[in-house]
Design a protein. Structure first.
Lengths: 323, 286
């Protein structure tokens, strides 16, 4: 297992031993030993993945071998036609978008796209969009609305890019506009956090009628490193910040921010892309099916109520302070 | 570059903070002039030498903008529940209570109904002194209720922002306030009710990336820091010095991100004229 994370090391050792045994000449005793080792590996796997810390989940969400938007698009959709550009300034490769068919039905797909090797990572800007990416996404959402197609979004970004050009060309405005326009979009939107849900850069394509999260994905207002730097002046305390911020899928169900968790294969999506895609396919089919018969008015009203409810506060009978 | 030059550059870059010492005289952090305090107060806390607008509280801002006696504050009864049971050196609820005592505001935004030059509007003003004007659940809820009130009363909305962005102690719920407030503004727009966004020093992060940049008209005070990412984060990311005046109001105006920059002393009259335009009222006050 290349690129093993630290907590995956014990599993890696067992797997290596198993492979060595399997390479040996077959014998009844060897077969018995292999069975034992396989059982042990399975137990260890279950144990490891049943008790992941928020930081370990963060590492899985960022795993270099984790499937990205284009990997899901390849497996889940037929006849994908990528559409480029915001028609204003440029084409942002950190967001991939286009027309596709999901089980025969036409859909518009939008996702953050990270790179796999160094060259692609740089070309994709590590999945951190500029304003052009968000404006391209909005253009495609409006195209979907115009022709009555549902919108599917795949969220996987460290965040919107903090750079000179991004600020000059209105990063904040691009994100803000997407939020407002998604709120009023008269077609179904299903958003899935597949990896890292990095703050406003994630939310900018995330205001779905349904918001789903892969089992080991994370979704947060600031990266654990950024939070740790602010709280303790030490980015190395990111594991503590990951704990404090409640960024895991089960946390987000409890906080009422996401609707459902899409299970991942044991060991995480990076160990079994097809398995991960199969779970995602089932979830998309079910949620798109629920939304298919709803009118534009109903979709907008439901989306409003959904986000309207988010937040936690209590209301006293008397003013607390005031002018 | 000499050592003293570097020091000067550093404080000029942060021209936003002005230390107003007790006494008759104060020093402007922007131009370093020593100024007579009463002169500054008379000018709405603007430096008479360099026109630098000092940071002011929500209370002072409301006095500046709302007609005397017209402000009816709303929704002062909401309090955070510390939904994440946030682990920090200090309890989140204690931080909130300390901020209340310090600012005498119940949260980082004050919302209510006002008359501005005789014209009715919902007026929401951020209190930067309250945890950096950060937006948690209460701020998001108060703004959303205020926008819904405007829809109900059929009046325009004015929001004066001064905020570092999302409130980290409320994690993802704080992020979701961006969605909630933007959705409320979408509804306001559907009803053809105007929204004027006033950006003051500083307006950054999740506040800029939601309601603050959604105004039908967006105006800013001079030299305010306005941006998505903070300048420190950008400098660390791109590993090069930031250009002169980067992320200041004038820079945003030049890059087409703002409608206009307005001197604080003209702010109320400018708001009145804009509200009068949308209300189809005569251009001169009654
Ligand atoms: Zn001055």
């Amino acid at each position: 297992m290349p690129d093993a994370l630290d907590f995956e090391q014990p599993l890696l050792e067992l797997e290596t031993r198993l492979a060595t045994l399997q390479a040996q000449e077959d014998s009844p005793r060897l077969r018995e030993e292999i069975t034992k080792l396989e059982e042990r590996l399975e137990r260890q796997r279950q144990k490891t993945y049943a008790s992941l810390t928020p930081w370990q989940r963060t590492q899985l969400a960022r795993h270099p071998k984790r499937p990205h938007a284009r990997d899901y698009i390849r497996v889940l959709f037929d006849d994908f036609i990528e559409l480029h550009g915001d028609r204003l300034y440029g084409d942002d490769a950190a967001i991939v978008s286009g027309l596709a068919r999901f089980e025969g039905q036409g859909v518009v797909v939008i996702g953050h796209q990270k790179g796999r090797d160094t060259r692609e990572k740089i070309a994709r800007n590590f999945g951190m969009p500029h304003p052009e990416g968000y404006r391209k996404a909005l253009r495609l959402m409006q195209l979907a609305e115009k022709f009555g197609k549902p919108v599917l979004t795949f969220i996987d970004t460290p965040g919107a890019y903090p750079g000179l050009g991004a600020e000059e060309r209105g990063q904040a405005e691009a994100i803000a506009r997407n939020l407002r326009e998604m709120a009023g979009l008269r077609t179904p939107i299903v958003a899935v956090v597949t990896g890292e849900g990095g703050s406003g850069g994630a939310l900018a394509i995330g205001m779905g009628n349904r918001v789903l999260m892969l089992e080991y994905a994370i979704y947060s207002v600031i990266s654990p490193e950024g939070c740790a730097a602010i709280l303790w002046g030490d980015a190395a305390r990111a594991p503590d910040a990951a704990e404090s911020m409640k960024i895991t899928a089960p946390d987000l169900v409890r906080l009422g921010v996401i609707d459902a968790i899409v299970p991942e294969p044991v060991g995480g999506a990076h160990r079994d892309w097809d398995g991960a895609a199969a779970h995602l396919r089932a979830a998309l089919r079910s949620h798109l099916g629920d939304l298919a018969s709803k009118s534009g008015d109903a979709l907008v009203a439901e989306r409003y109520e959904k986000f309207r409810r988010m937040g936690a506060f209590e209301e006293a009978s008397r003013p607390r302070a005031g002018l | 570059m000499a050592w003293f030059k570097r020091k000067t550059d550093g404080s000029e870059g942060k021209a936003s903070r002005v230390h107003i010492a007790e006494g008759l005289w104060i020093k402007c952090d922007s131009c370093k002039e020593i100024i007579y305090r009463a002169e500054v107060e008379r000018a709405g806390r603007v430096c008479p030498k360099c026109n630098y607008p000092f940071r002011i509280s929500a209370r002072e801002r409301i006095t500046l903008l709302a007609d005397p006696g017209s402000y009816e504050e709303r929704d002062t009864t909401l309090e955070t529940t510390d939904p994440l049971a946030f682990k920090d050196t200090k309890k989140y609820r204690d931080r909130v209570r300390a901020a209340m005592q310090k600012t005498r505001a119940d949260e980082a935004v004050v919302c209510g109904l006002a008359r501005i030059g005789g014209l009715p509007a919902v007026l929401c003003v951020f209190e930067f002194g309250f945890l950096g004007g950060s937006m948690g659940s209460v701020v998001g809820e108060k703004l959303t209720r205020a926008i819904e009130l405007a829809i109900d009363k059929h009046v325009p909305v004015v929001i004066v922002s001064a905020s570092g962005g999302a409130r980290m102690q409320e994690g993802i719920l704080s992020l979701m306030q961006m969605a909630k407030t933007s959705a409320a503004l979408q509804r306001l727009g559907e009803r053809r009710l105007p929204y004027v966004s006033v950006l003051t020093d500083p307006t950054t992060g999740g506040v800029t990336a939601s309601f603050a940049m959604l105004g039908d008209v967006i105006m800013a005070e001079p030299r305010a820091l306005i941006g998505f990412a903070g300048p420190r984060v950008i400098a660390e990311t791109i590993r090069q010095p930031l250009p002169e005046g980067f992320q200041r109001s004038e820079f945003l105006l030049e890059h087409g991100q703002l409608d206009l920059i307005v001197d604080r002393r003209d702010l109320k009259e400018t708001l009145r004229r804009i509200l009068a335009f949308f209300a189809d009222q005569p251009s001169q006050p009654g």
